[in-house]
Unconditional design. Structure first.
Lengths: 118, 111
């Protein structure tokens, strides 16, 4: 079946511009995660959505970052007034986790969006 | 999620077995051990997970120490396609659902 898809695959923008990154999770997956990965680094958690619950935004690095998930499916990560330090690969993952079952579930990752801020 | 410790890098020759270690001395009784790998220019992909018993699947085997303070991912015959960064993470049952990915182990496979 279809996996997690992300668009665009690459985005080059100028400092100060806003960007929107899109994630299409696997159909039926209730949990959706956004991470970013700087060159040579591990994954940095940004935000987590679970069903209709309020998202966990504890990983967002500043108020320039925001995300929404419409209809429990597609998610958009928005970065306002981009800075050069925002350059990274932004990864989205989904899982079918339910409360109480999260420990054993697995995440399925998209290919990522490579963001370059000039 | 509790912390894990992995070597920064390991090397192997093609067709040889690879044992990737992970220490998780602060693991709790309900933490699952998960392994993911990230091929170059791709998102991470699930490899295997377990709780107490050793686990086998088509990709790899997971050997879990009796005290659960460490585990080893075993690739039985490394191929060039196995060159990737391997992440060992813990998932806490009933706690945070956000796994913490460290820097992982970069596996280099020599032909």
């Amino acid at each position: 079946g279809a996996g997690v898809s992300q668009s665009p695959s690459n985005k080059v923008t100028e400092k100060g511009k806003d960007v929107e990154l899109r994630c299409d999770p696997i159909s039926g997956h209730t949990a959706l995660y956004w991470y970013r990965q700087s060159l040579g680094q591990g994954l940095e958690f940004l935000i987590y959505f679970q069903g209709n619950s309020a998202p966990d935004k504890s990983g967002l690095p500043s108020d320039r970052f925001s995300a929404e998930r419409t209809g429990g499916s597609v998610s958009t990560l928005t970065i306002q007034r981009t800075q050069q330090e925002d350059s990274a690969v932004y990864l989205c993952a989904s899982s079918s986790s339910r409360v109480g079952l999260a420990a054993g579930d697995t995440q399925y990752f998209g290919p990522g969006t490579r963001l370059t801020v000039l | 999620d509790a912390k894990t410790t992995q070597p920064n890098s390991m090397e192997s020759n093609e067709e040889e077995p690879v044992h990737l270690p992970c220490n998780h001395s602060t693991i709790s009784g309900t933490d699952y051990i998960h392994w993911y790998r990230q091929l170059p220019s791709q998102g991470p992909e699930y490899v295997i997970h377990g709780l107490t018993s050793n686990v086998n699947n088509r990709m790899a085997s997971l050997a879990i120490a009796e005290d659960r303070k460490s585990s080893t991912l075993i690739l039985h015959r490394a191929t060039l396609r196995d060159a990737a960064v391997y992440y060992c993470i813990l998932r806490a049952s009933g706690g945070s659902y956000i796994p913490t990915f460290g820097r992982g182990t970069s596996l280099i496979v020599h032909p």
